[in-house]
Design a protein. Structure first.
Lengths: 249, 249
DNA sequence: CATTTATTTGCGTTTTCATGCATGAAAGTA
DNA sequence: TACTTTCATGCATGAAAACGCAAATAAATG
């Protein structure tokens, strides 16, 4: 049997069942597991499959979404993501919200980080799960059409049952006078619940959003531990925040 | 024997079997393997065949994973999606699994359908929420790296609390003998819970997956109400399923 | 026709490739 | 932690490919 035939067979199995076990292929084709492993290794190097312990899984899962990635202020968001990495340590349990900044963060996480992520955003969850050493848990609930995060009572209930080391949130409105604010009542509720579920709170926001306010208040600034923007902490634009009880990044 | 004859013979063999072995041709035509190799090399340079170690394979031989990251058997899956629409009525409460077939279904849903969807797949959820008249509720939990669906105890618990009109599932293994089967224990548990949570059960599967079995059993065929494939219900390939207590689409 | 020239073919040798097995390391599991 | 499964690695073996060379065949030329 030709090597190409074998690999085609494996590919077909993966297309059909999403994953294959080396032992199964070995048995089905009556070849040694070594050969299967070598095939999988080769195919993995060509990017055709994703090798995992015991076999391989398909790589065809790729969301048709952010492909046309024209994210607003993406450069700044990438910078924020990079800075945020400093807060993440091995074995942490982390809770995240949604938004494009969080997506950038999820992409930027180093492969060797070993941590548990709770998230209310399916997109962030899908991005995070690409990392081999992360445990990703989605807090489910009604999916908001506008913000693409889970909202509603069930989310609140689930959040009441966890306590995480660090919560990472994007901000909608953020100002000295009004603290963190939001325009959507449901989102306010969810964010408050996330706040309660976390020991520390970090806000990721492009500087542009600072000093803007929305209608509804999520919390005061003193409940925020870290504020991460694309600016240097000593930037004059951040002057008003430099003397508060929060750490600037 | 002329070179053209030989090469024509080889082409014929390749068209017939999609591949040839140098040793076989050598034996069949009583010529040395070197000659065969030289022929294959020549033909490969002309782009007629694809030379590989041990012989050659036809030019038409692509890997079953169609170029890039497009979906395997997408046409068939779109057909399945179209047929499935007949089962969906206004104000239904529907529970769905994951997989590329389900994604196609989510895309195919008409904008005027007014229904509530529960799903364990973040990808399906994101696709569904694009429709203005759907309420989308994600059943959250640990996100499986291999199948991109939520698994684990929390999913089971949440499923225990709902009762939906119709459950739509893709199948991993499906056969008369073994019923619906899966390769992942966690997924089995989730699918069983989905079964319990639903009044009716529909399986969406490309015909290619029928008559294949995986290690672990999800349920018997008599628990399935609808089986939807890309084939016509009276297709002879579905013969074995036509007399069962399930409706074919 | 004879001779030269070019092409094709087969054979032996050397390299490269494919595969299975054995071993110890690594990862997962109880 | 101890136990099992899976991985990676090197090695041995056999198969196939590449290469050069010479014989055989075909084509071309005078």
């Amino acid at each position: 049997m030709l090597k190409e035939e074998r690999q085609a067979f494996i590919m077909k199995q993966i297309n059909l069942h999403n994953k294959v076990l080396s032992t199964d292929i070995s048995a089905m084709l009556s070849i040694s597991e070594d050969t299967v492993r070598r095939d999988l290794k080769e195919m993995a190097e060509e990017g055709k499959v994703l090798k995992v312990h015991g076999g391989a899984i398909g790589r065809s899962f790729h969301y048709p979404f952010d492909e046309g990635n024209s994210v607003y202020a993406q450069a700044a968001k990438k910078q924020i993501a990079e800075k945020t990495l400093k807060l993440l340590k091995n074995d942490m349990v982390i809770l995240t919200g949604g938004g494009t900044t969080m997506i950038e963060l999820a992409k930027a996480i180093p492969v060797n980080l070993r941590a548990t992520f709770f998230t209310i955003s399916p997109l962030v969850a899908l991005q995070l799960v690409e990392h081999p050493n992360l445990t990703v848990i989605t807090i489910g609930g009604q999916l908001s059409r506008s913000s693409h995060i889970h909202i509603g009572a069930s989310v609140i209930n689930q959040l009441a049952e966890i306590k995480v080391d660090l919560c990472l949130l994007g901000a909608n409105g953020f100002s000295i006078q009004d603290g963190m604010t939001e325009s959507d009542w449901e989102v306010v509720q969810v964010k408050r619940a996330m706040l309660r579920a976390s020991k520390k709170m970090a806000i990721l926001s492009i500087a542009e959003k600072l000093n803007s306010s929305q209608r509804m208040k999520v919390c005061d600034l003193n409940q925020i531990n870290y504020l991460i923007t694309e600016l240097e902490p000593d930037n004059h634009f951040l002057g008003a925040y430099q003397h508060l009880d929060l750490e600037l990044f």
